[in-house]
Each structure stands twice: as C-alpha cells, then as structure tokens.
Design a protein around this ligand. Structure first.
Ligand SMILES: [Zn+2]
Length: 261
C-alpha cells in the first residue's frame, strides 16, 4: 500500500481520463493521493477533486513560480481560505511553497517572503508543509532554520546531496522520492537516497511531470508510484516488506491520515 504524496491530478485530468487514472491507481494499491496547490486559480479545482474522490486530498499554497504580484495579498487569501478547507477534512498541508531559482533570482525576495509567510500559516494551523526547491537548497535550508516548520512536511522531488538531505531531516522534514531515482544517471541522488534513514522517506510521482526511466515523453500518473517504490527497494537493498510498511507509516504520520488503513 502506498501514498502518492505529490501529484497534480488537476493537470493530469487535462491530459488523461481521470476516472481511468484513479481506477488504475487503486489497482496499483495507491491508497491516497495529495494534490498540491499552485495558486488561487487551482484551489477550487483541487478542492472539488478531493470532494468527489475519497482517496484524493489536497494542500493549499503558492508555488514559487506562480507567486502573486502582491505577496501580502497572497498570504491573506490563504488565511481566508484555510478554515473552510480544513472543515472538509481533506486539506492536509500548506503548499507547494518554496524557492525556485531555475530561471534566475529576479524574484528572490518575493519568493522568500511568501515562503516564510506560508510556513508561518502552516504553523498557525498546525499543518505540515509541502516544499518545492530548485537550485536553491542552501537558501531554503537557511530560511527554514529561521522560519521553522513546526509540524513537519516534505521536501518534494528531492535531488541533491546527502548533507542537504540530512539538513532537511534535522529540520523535521521528510524527503520526497520520485521518478528521478529510476534513472541510472542520477547517481548522486541515488547514492543519497540509499544512505538516508528509511524513516525520513516518502513516495511521490509529481504527475503529470517527471516520467520514470523508460517512460520518457509519456504522461506520468499516480499508479507509477509503485515503480518508484520498487526502484527504492532495489536501491536500498532492504527487505521489501520493511521498506513498504515504513514508507506507508512515514506518509501517514506526516499528513496525519487517521482515516485510512
Ligand atoms: Zn509539484
């Protein structure tokens, strides 16, 4: 049994038959899927998805590449929306929020401000955070040391060094493992993941993006999380049952799922 802790089902639905995607996820023993918020525009859609499907959950937040012009206004919109979202019992985190300097640092200060705000809001509502980070691990780690997420969370789609991963683990965060580990050439990330404490790992697909090795050019979907798990088992050279049940526990406790077994 698995949880896909990060999949953009709202985007998958634009490319594939969602009914079929969810059926196949169920067949692959994916018991829950978490759909992250990108900005105010996708919030109603993902709330609706979670409302319609018992195994779909969501997070509310601002992706660093889609930050609002006015960060203050963004934080206010989030604060306004959360009580209602929490009442549905399907809102399980704040995110995805973070830093993304892939296209440069022009928005560095806005990104940092909005990330700090979102961590503050997550703490206020006792929620974990779903963190996105590209080309910014050092900035992210120092920001999180100052604005500590008190209720844990996940650094999603992790690829980086062992030291960076352990810095996140020391901050109480889980490391989100996706399709990148299925690529032989991702040597650094594979070595890192193999060495991290098993208690610090959770699974994800980041569907519809991040296709697995051998599936390049195809639309990724939550059922593939079982192949990420298979890769992880091979990589860690540990008992299949041990890895599967520990990862199940990790994701359940991170997102406080009490209603699924
Ligand atoms: Zn994402």
């Amino acid at each position: 049994m698995m949880i896909d802790t990060h999949c953009h089902l709202d985007l998958v639905a634009k490319k594939k038959n969602l009914h079929q995607v969810l059926k196949e996820a169920k067949r692959a023993e994916v018991r829950a899927m978490i759909v992250p918020g990108i900005n105010v525009n996708n919030w109603p859609e993902i709330e609706q998805l979670a409302h319609e499907h018992s195994d779909v959950y969501f997070a509310l937040g601002f992706h660093p590449l889609f930050i609002e012009e006015n960060c203050k206004q963004g934080a206010e919109q989030l604060l306004e929306r959360i009580p209602l979202a929490l009442a549905s019992k399907k809102c399980v985190a704040i995110g995805e929020c973070g830093l993304d300097f892939y296209f440069g640092r022009e928005q560095e200060s806005q990104q940092k401000m909005l990330l700090a705000e979102q961590v503050r809001i997550a703490n206020q509502f006792q929620l974990p955070v779903i963190l996105h980070c590209r080309k910014a691990h050092q900035d992210m780690i120092s920001l999180l040391k100052q604005h500590r997420p008190l209720y844990g969370g996940v650094i999603h789609g992790f690829s980086g060094s062992y030291q960076q991963a352990m810095d996140y683990v020391m901050l109480g965060l889980k490391i989100g493992i996706g399709g990148v580990i299925t690529y032989e050439r991702a040597r650094k990330t594979r070595t890192t993941i193999a060495a991290l404490p098993l208690e610090s790992l959770v699974l994800e697909t980041d569907a519809p993006d991040m296709p697995l090795s051998g599936y390049q050019g195809q639309i990724n979907e939550p059922k593939m999380v079982n192949m990420v798990l298979s890769s992880l088992i091979v990589l860690r050279n540990e008992n299949e049952q041990t890895v599967t049940s520990q990862l199940w526990k990790n994701s359940k406790s991170t997102f406080n799922f009490c209603d699924i077994n």
